[in-house]
Design a protein around this ligand. Sequence first.
Ligand SMILES: [Zn+2]
Length: 223
Amino acid sequence: MQKLVDGLHKFQSGYFQSHKDLFRTLCKGQNPEALFITCSDSRINPNLLTQTGPGDLFIMRNAGNIVPRYEDAAGSSEAGTIEFAVAGLGVQHVVVCGHTLCGAMRGLVEPSKLEGTPMLKRWLNHAESARQFVAENYRNLEGDAKVTVMAEENVLTQIENLQTHPTVKDRLEKGELRIYGWVYKIETGEVFQYEPERNQFELISDPSGIAPVPAKFRERASI
Ligand SMILES: [Zn+2]
């Protein structure tokens, strides 16, 4: 904990002092541009990754960057968080960001890894259609490569799940909201986005190439 406490002192005497105007503005309210949904994994730092600061991102995190479908989400923190961001704060963008080397995704492709964590195993039922898709279509892959494909397919499944939430559906239909599917590669710091036209994840190399995922983006959406 010493590291954390030392950090608090450093933050208060350093960053906070040099950004006083920003924090004064943020006292009046928040107007984040995006809801950023990602894994709880300690190796991901959404603000560092996107070079954003306080007030820019409304962040929702859990193991596996999961979004329960609306019919399974009553009373969940995820449903309330999404509602607050999309209907309450009026964010214009939602990013669902998975990552390579994800422990939750590894549990999906190697169920024996989940033996000591029954609650995590149950939680990952919200990714069951992605798990099935990978099991049936990527039999030849193993190890980290399979975990990466699992992370990609899970992002797409969670985007489908996100669209079952009425607040999201409503603003998508009005053209007021855009959703993006990303996978962060821990090994290189690169981020790949889902390209609906080519139905694959591709490196984001050009800011003008950022592509939202349309409401109906692939045949698997009906599974
Ligand atoms: Zn993870």
